[in-house]
Design a protein around this ligand. Structure first.
Ligand code: HEM
Length: 439
C-alpha cells in the first residue's frame, strides 16, 4: 500500500480507464449495491456450480454460491488469494471499488507457505484461550453501552447498530491493536466507506486515498508511542525471520485486521437482534434459556452471513467442477460465503427461514480451509455477550418501525442492516378507553 495509489494492481501492469474489462455478453451482472444478495445468489446457484458474472467495474469472475463447491474451492490449493496469480489484474479499472480487497497488501492475500508463515505470526493472539481472556472486557463494554440505552427516557428511539454493535466491536478491536481514541472515528469512517461496493471510480479513489491517510496517521502514532498491544507486539516488532514487516504490508495488515475485526461482527450482532425482534417466539425461547444464544448466533450466521464475498481467488491450474464447468488457469473466482448457509442441497427444509432450533445449522460464514477466519472465536464471544446483555437488561426492547424492514448496507462485500432503529424502553400502551362515547 502506498499513499499515492494505495490499492493499485501489481507493479508492472498499467491501469486501464474505467469501463468493462471484457465484453460481458450474456453474463449476469452482480448488483454492486448488493440490494438483494440472497435472491441474486439463489438464481446463480440454480444456474450451475460456478457461473461467470460481471463485478463492479466490469471485471468478470466465476461466482460460486453452492455450499459444496465453496467449501471445496476454499480448501483447494489450486486456488490462490494472491493477486500476483491473476494474469488480468492490470485490466481492473482505475478507481475499482473492489481494489481494497483484491489488491490489499496483507496476509489475507497470500498463498501456500507464504500465507502459513504470515498467518502464524497473528494467529496465536486469536486462539480460543487468548480470546477467553477478553471476556471481562467485552462484557464490561457491552454493559456500559446497553446501560446507556437503558438510561434513555421511555419512548426514545436509538439505532442499535450505532449505539451497540459498532461501538462494541470497534472498541474491542481498536483496544487490541492500540488504536488511540482520537483516531478511531476517522479511521472507522474511512473503512466503512470502502465497504460500499457501488462507489463510482472518483468516489472510490477518494475513499481509498482517505484510508491511506488515516492508516499513515495511525502508524506514525504507534511508532511515536510504542506500546504492548498487537500492533507493537506482532506488527512493529521483528518477526521470526528477524525482520519487521515492510511498510506497505504493515499498513495493509492494520487495515485488514481492524476492518475484519469490526465490519463483520457489527453485522452479526445487528442481524441477530433484528431476527429476534421479528421472531418474538424465538426471542422468548432464547430469554428463557430454551434456546442457547449460541444457537441464535449460528442460525444468524447461516441465514444472514455477515460476509457475502471477499474478492478474489485465482486458479493456478484448470479446475473441473463438473456439470460442464471448467475454471481455467488464471480465471478469477468469487466465493459467496453467505450464500452457502441457504443452499437447499444442505438445508432442504425452508433454507431461508430463521429457526435457531433447527438441528443442522451448517454454514460457511467464516470461510473454510487455510484462510478460515482467525476472528471466529472473538466474533462469537462478542455476539453472545451483546445479545445476552441487551435482552436481559431491556426486557421491553422493540423495533421502532416493525412494519418497515431496515435498509441494507450498499455492499456486495458485507451483508447486514444499515441501521436498526429500536425503542429500548417503549412507552406503556395506553389503557383501553371503554367509557361510553357520545353518538
Ligand atoms: C461474524 C464475524 C466474522 C465473519 C462473518 C468473518 C468472515 C470471514 C471470512 C468469510 C473469512 C475467509 C476469507 C476467505 O477465505 O477468502 C475470514 C477471514 C479472516 N477473518 Fe474473519 N470474519 C468475522 C470476524 C472476524 C474478526 C472479529 C476478526 C478479527 C480478529 C477477523 C479476522 C479475520 C482474518 C485475519 C481472516 C483472514 C485469515 C487468513 O487469510 O488466513 N474476522 N473472515
Amino acid at each position: 500500500m502506498t499513499a499515492d495509489r494505495p490499492f493499485a494492481p501489481p507493479a508492472g501492469s498499467a491501469p486501464r480507464p474505467a469501463g468493462p474489462a471484457r465484453p460481458a455478453a450474456g453474463c449476469p451482472v452482480l448488483d454492486p449495491a448488493g440490494a438483494a444478495l440472497h435472491a441474486e445468489a439463489a438464481e446463480l446457484r440454480e444456474q450451475g456450480p460456478a457461473v461467470w458474472v460481471e463485478l463492479p467495474g466490469g471485471v468478470r469472475a466465476w461466482s460460486v454460491t453452492r455450499h459444496a463447491e465453496i467449501q471445496a474451492l476454499a480448501a483447494d490449493p489450486r486456488l490462490s488469494r494472491d493477486h500476483r496469480h491473476w494474469p488480468d489484474a492490470h485490466l481492473a479499472p482505475e478507481g475499482w471499488a473492489l481494489a481494497p480487497f483484491a489488491f490489499q497488501d496483507s496476509f489475507f492475500n497470500t498463498h501456500g507457505a507464504e500465507h502459513r508463515r504470515a498467518r502464524a505470526r497473528i494467529a496465536p493472539a486469536f486462539s480460543p484461550r487468548r480470546v477467553e481472556l477478553l471476556r471481562p472486557h467485552v462484557r464490561e463494554t457491552a454493559e456500559r453501552l446497553v446501560g446507556a440505552l437503558a438510561a434513555l427516557p421511555p419512548g426514545t428511539r436509538a439505532d442499535l447498530r450505532q449505539t451497540l454493535s459498532l461501538p462494541l466491536t470497534m472498541t474491542v478491536i481498536c483496544d487490541l491493536f492500540g488504536v488511540p481514541e482520537h483516531l478511531r472515528g476517522a479511521l472507522g469512517h474511512a473503512i466503512d466507506t470502502l465497504m460500499d461496493s457501488s462507489l463510482a471510480p472518483p468516489a472510490a479513489l477518494a475513499a481509498q486515498a482517505e484510508l491511506a491517510v488515516r492508516l499513515a496517521e495511525l502508524l506514525a502514532h504507534k511508532r511515536a508511542h510504542p506500546a504492548a498491544d498487537l500492533t507493537g507486539d506482532l506488527l512493529l516488532s521483528a518477526g521470526p525471520d528477524g525482520h519487521p514487516l515492510p511498510e506497505p504490508l504493515l499498513l495493509g495488515t492494520l487495515f485488514a485486521m481492524v476492518g475484519a475485526g469490526y465490519e463483520t461482527t457489527v453485522n452479526l450482532i445487528t442481524s441477530a437482534a433484528h431476527e429476534l425482534l421479528t421472531h418474538p417466539a424465538e426471542l422468548a425461547r432464547a430469554r428463557e434459556g430454551a434456546t442457547g444464544w449460541a444457537d441464535v448466533i449460528e442460525e444468524t450466521l447461516r441465514v444472514e452471513g455477515p460476509v457475502m464475498h471477499l474478492p478474489l481467488r485465482y486458479a493456478l491450474a484448470d479446475v473441473d467442477l463438473g456439470e460442464g464447468v471448467l475454471i481455467r488457469k488464471g480465471d478469477p473466482v468469487l466465493l459467496g460465503f453467505a450464500a452457502a448457509g441457504r443452499d437447499p442441497r444442505v438445508h432442504p427444509a425452508d433454507p431461508d427461514a430463521f429457526d435457531p432450533g433447527r438441528p443442522d445449522k451448517s454454514h460457511l460464514a467464516f470461510g473454510y480451509g487455510p484462510h478460515f477466519c482467525l476472528g471466529a472465536h472473538l466474533a462469537r464471544l462478542e455476539a453472545e455477550t451483546a445479545l445476552s446483555t441487551l435482552f436481559a437488561r431491556l426486557p421491553a426492547l422493540a423495533l421502532a418501525e416493525p412494519d418497515r424492514p431496515p435498509a441494507r448496507l450498499p455492499s456486495m462485500i458485507v451483508n447486514g442492516p444499515a441501521t436498526l432503529d429500536v425503542v429500548p424502553r417503549p412507552l406503556p400502551a395506553p389503557e383501553p378507553d371503554d367509557r361510553p362515547r357520545p353518538c
